[in-house]
Design a protein around this ligand. Structure first.
Ligand code: HSE
Length: 410
């Protein structure tokens, strides 16, 4: 069986490497005499590379070759990935992608194209890198009504926060180290601003709850404003700060948010450090299930890509029913309508402020940290609709809010 790879970057070259590494086993599991990488599409040249002879620059060679029945898209970005994948599906070729931007923005269209053309569109590697999560939710947890999905979905930011928590690094120094280690991109915006995690929670929400969720409907906040002071307050509260993507059912709609959050030290997620990811899924029959592993990296991500290739090969000319429905207006509730609790770090006349905070919020837990200025402290709000919390905070005069971070109970 011939396949093609579009994009010979980290994941694309990893895919070719994994197929070469486990050739016999992969062919056997694919129920095919062999699985052979026939073409690799990339605009760059790779002189001396083991796959140099397979590099092509014209997408039409792949599109017009009837022997190529499975195409791997590891180019990244929306264009021309969307056009190329659409054309392949229209030609009845199955497509495997690791491209979360593509699935989050165009998954509904591409799944429909796959269905219309009796082909498969698979993207296990788009969330959690090498962690099995898409297929387990779709198949192993199929008996459940999924109520909630949440997790640490970005390895780069988790590495940065780990360095801030355990090595007392500033955000800037930790980011530099992540770049030196090759975790963060040269332009790390999508990681540190939460966009990458947002795309992943959109894919998970679409899969868990059945309607396409677009990234622009999900409130997204990254980790750039987290300070060592916030890390110290989290420690004094008995927890750590993690960047979490989370979504849950709220009646017929869902809430979905990406933001930093305080979580208790005894949470499973608190022990997920460095570049590791962890996804928690709550089903009404299974209860809580956790999926942990390497969320990024060449061979780890390629392992998920090749598993999809094998699944496509086993189901060649035979579509596996898989997908979700179209997006619906107002399906994701506004963050201000969601219930939340916050850590609030403030500056002001402490005694007067504490009195007023108690009047407004009742008995809140007040946090302190070593080395804090006399007029600085923090407190944890009760759980209420965020719009109600905002109204209450607005009534407290003379209180300068320095930080505000969600408090979650996972
Ligand atoms: N930049 C991503 C991360 C890569 O750090 O998790 C995997 O999606």
């Amino acid at each position: 069986m011939d396949i093609a790879i579009m994009g010979y970057g980290v994941v694309g070259s990893g895919t070719a490497a994994v197929i070469a590494m486990n050739q016999e086993k992969i062919s056997e599991k694919s129920l095919q005499p062999s699985v052979n990488v026939k073409y690799i599409l990339d605009l760059r040249d790779f002189p001396g590379d083991v796959n140099e002879s397979k590099i092509i620059k014209d997408f039409n060679i792949i599109l017009n070759d009837g022997d190529v029945k499975i195409v791997v898209e590891t180019m990244g970005g929306l264009h021309p990935a969307f056009e190329f994948v659409s054309e392949c599906l229209k030609a009845g070729k199955s497509v495997v992608t690791s491209n979360k931007e593509l699935v989050a923005a165009k998954g509904d269209i591409l799944l429909t194209l796959a269905k219309e053309n009796n082909a498969n569109f698979m993207f296990e590697a788009s969330v959690g890198g090498g962690i099995p999560i898409i297929r387990p939710i779709d198949q192993c947890l199929a008996a459940n009504d999924i109520e909630e999905v949440a997790g640490i979905l970005n390895g780069t930011t988790n590495f940065i926060l780990t360095m801030m928590i355990y090595n007392s690094m500033s955000f800037e120094d930790a980011l530099r180290l992540a770049q030196e280690n090759g975790y963060a991109e040269k332009d790390p915006t999508a990681d540190i601003e939460g966009f990458d995690a947002c795309r992943k929670i959109c894919i998970l929400s679409s899969l868990c709850f059945g309607k396409h969720v677009f990234p622009d409907s999900v409130y997204t906040e990254g980790i750039t404003k987290i300070t060592p002071e916030d890390v110290a307050y989290a420690r004094s509260w008995g927890g750590v700060i993690k960047l979490l993507g989370r979504a849950k059912k709220v009646g017929d709609r869902i809430s979905a948010i990406v933001s930093p959050a305080f979580i208790r030290s005894d949470s499973i997620l608190a022990g997920v450090n460095d570049v590791f990811n962890c996804i928690l899924v709550r089903g009404n029959a299974v209860g809580d299930a956790a999926f942990y592993g390497r969320g990024a990296g060449k061979l780890a991500t390629a392992s998920a890509v090749v598993a999809d290739v094998i699944d496509c090969a086993r189901h060649i000319d035979r579509r596996k029913p898989f997908g979700w429905g179209n997006a619906e207006d107002n399906y994701v509730i506004d963050r201000s309508d969601a219930e939340a609790s916050f850590y609030i770090r403030v500056k002001g006349e402490k005694k007067a402020l504490l009195k007023k905070i108690a009047e407004v919020f009742g008995d809140v837990s007040v946090l302190t940290r070593d080395g804090a200025e006399e007029n600085e402290f923090a407190f944890i709000t009760p759980v209420e609709k965020e719009s109600v919390l905002n109204e209450k905070l607005g009534t407290i005069e003379g209180m300068e809010i320095l930080s505000r971070i969600w408090v979650e109970d996972y």
